[in-house]
Design a protein around this ligand. Structure first.
Ligand code: PMP
Ligand code: GLN
Length: 380
C-alpha cells in the first residue's frame, strides 16, 4: 500500500537507542533520564491503598479532584499564583501527552512555532505532525545564552507559539528573571501562546530560583505550564503529569484531551494527591539532587572532561574536547561499548546536528552508581 509518512525524518529516539546500547554492552546507564533507585515507599503504599480502596475506574476527565486541589495549593504556596483546580488544571499521561495535546489543540498547517535548540525531542515532531512549521533558535555551549534580538527577528504574524524549557534539558541551564521579562516584553500584545515545559521546576541548585511563567502576569495569561510527577517523585514509569493554563486556553486543551486519552491512571493520581499534601515531598528535591550533582562533579574534577556545574535538572553536560575530536554520537557509542558508560550526545537535539563536543550524563542514580561512573570517566 502507498502512503506518505507524516514524519519521514523521524527515527528511534536517542533515549531508546542509548539505553538499548547500555543494556547490550552491560554499561552503566547515565543516558536516558530516570532514577535507578526506588520510588518512595510511602508513595507506593498510598497508591496501593488507592488500588484497594476503590480507585479503579475512570478518573474524571480533567483529573482526580484531590490531585488538582494539591496542584493548585502548590502554585499558591510556591509562586503565590492561583490556578482554579476545576477549570485551569488538567492531569495528563506525563508531560509528553500534555505537550502533544497543547500543540495539537492550537497548531494548524503553516503556523510557526519557535523552539530553542538543543530542544527536548518531543517538541518538533508534535509541531510537524500537526502541519506546523518549526522555527529554531540555536543556542551554543557552554552557556546556552539567549540572544533576544535574534528571537525578536524570528517572530512574525505567523508565530502561533513559543516553547520554552527551564530548567533546561539537556543543557542543565536555567533562565533568569531577565530572560522571562524579555519574553514577556516580546509577546506583549500578540496572539502568541507560550508553552512552558517546567518538568524540572523542583530541581534547581545553588540558591537559583525557578522562574515559572506563572510569576509574570502577562506571560501567565498566554501560557501553558507542563509538569511531570515522574521527575518529581522518582517514578518516570508511572507517566502522570499535568498542565495548567488560564481557563480560556484550558477549555480548548480539554476538547482534544478528552478524545486523546480521556483520563489518566486513577490509583496513581489518588496516591500522588495524598503524598503531595506534605510539601516537603517536593521541596526537598533541590537538596537531594544537589548532593548528587556535587558528589558526581567532585569525583570527576580531576578527569579530562570540562564542565560548568548544572544549574538545574538532573543532567550534567561534560565537554570532551580535550580527549578526542570524534563526533559526539560516535564518542557516546564508543564510551558505551569500550568503557561501559552510556550518555546522551547533544548534537541530536541541535539544528543540523551541530556538534559542540559535549555529552549529557544523568545523575539521578544511587551514590554507588555515581562513584563507579566517575571512576570510569577519570580513566578516560
Ligand atoms: N519535557 C522534558 C524537558 C523532559 O525532560 C521530559 C522527560 N522527562 C518530558 C518533558 C516528558 O515527561 P514525562 O516523562 O512526564 O512524559
Ligand atoms: N526525559 C528523559 C530524558 O531526557 C527521556 C524520556 C524518554 O525516554 N522519552 O532522558
Amino acid at each position: 500500500m502507498d502512503y506518505n509518512s507524516k514524519l519521514p525524518n523521524v527515527g528511534t529516539t536517542i533515549f531508546t537507542v542509548m539505553s538499548a546500547l547500555a543494556n547490550q554492552y552491560n554499561a552503566i546507564n547515565l543516558s536516558q533520564g530516570f532514577p535507578n533507585y526506588s520510588s518512595p515507599q510511602k508513595l507506593n503504599d498510598l497508591v496501593t491503598d488507592a488500588l484497594n480502596n476503590g480507585y479503579n475506574q475512570y478518573a474524571p476527565m480533567s483529573g482526580n479532584l484531590d490531585l488538582r486541589l494539591g496542584i493548585s495549593d502548590k502554585y499558591e504556596l510556591l509562586y503565590g499564583s492561583n490556578y482554579h483546580p476545576e477549570k485551569e488544571i488538567t492531569v495528563t499521561a506525563g508531560a509528553t501527552q500534555a505537550i502533544y495535546t497543547i500543540i495539537s489543540a492550537f497548531i494548524r498547517p503553516n503556523d510557526e512555532v519557535v523552539i530553542f535548540k538543543p530542544a527536548y525531542d518531543c517538541y518538533q515532531p508534535a509541531i510537524e505532525v500537526n502541519g506546523g512549521k518549526t522555527i529554531s533558535i540555536q543556542l551554543s555551549a557552554p552557556d546556552y545564552k539567549i540572544n533576544w534580538q535574534e528571537v525578536a527577528s524570528k517572530l512574525s504574524s505567523k508565530t502561533k507559539m513559543i516553547i520554552i524549557n527551564s530548567p533546561h534539558n539537556p543543557s542543565g541551564t536555567v533562565w533568569s528573571k531577565d530572560d522571562m521579562l524579555q519574553l514577556q516584553n516580546l509577546t506583549k500584545n500578540t496572539n502568541i501562546i507560550v508553552l512552558s515545559d517546567e518538568v524540572y521546576e523542583h530541581i534547581v541548585f545553588d540558591e537559583t530560583l525557578h522562574q515559572s511563567v506563572c510569576l509574570f502576569n502577562d506571560l501567565k495569561h498566554r501560557s501553558f505550564v507542563t509538569a511531570s510527577f515522574g521527575k518529581t517523585f522518582h517514578n518516570t514509569g508511572w507517566k502522570v503529569g499535568y498542565c495548567c493554563a488560564p481557563e480560556y486556553l484550558m477549555s480548548e486543551f480539554r476538547k482534544v484531551h478528552q478524545f486523546n486519552v480521556f483520563s489518566v491512571n486513577h490509583p496513581a493520581q489518588k496516591g500522588i494527591a495524598d503524598y503531595m499534601q506534605d510539601s516537603q515531598t517536593y521541596l526537598n528535591l533541590n537538596n537531594f539532587f544537589q548532593q548528587k550533582r556535587d558528589l558526581f562533579l567532585n569525583l570527576i574534577s580531576e578527569s579530562r572532561f570540562k564542565f560548568r556545574p548544572s544549574q538545574g535538572t538532573y543532567f550534567q553536560v561534560l565537554d570532551y574536547s580535550e580527549i578526542t575530536d570524534q563526533h559526539d554520537v560516535d564518542f557516546a557509542k564508543r564510551l558505551t561499548k569500550d568503557h561501559k558508560i552510556a550518555s546522551i550526545p547533544l548534537s541530536v537535539f541541535n539544528e543540523a546536528d551541530k556538534d559542540d563536543m559535549v555529552l549529557r550524563f544523568c545523575f539521578a542514580k544511587t551514590d554507588e552508581t555515581l562513584i563507579k561512573a566517575a571512576e570510569i570517566l577519570c580513566r578516560i
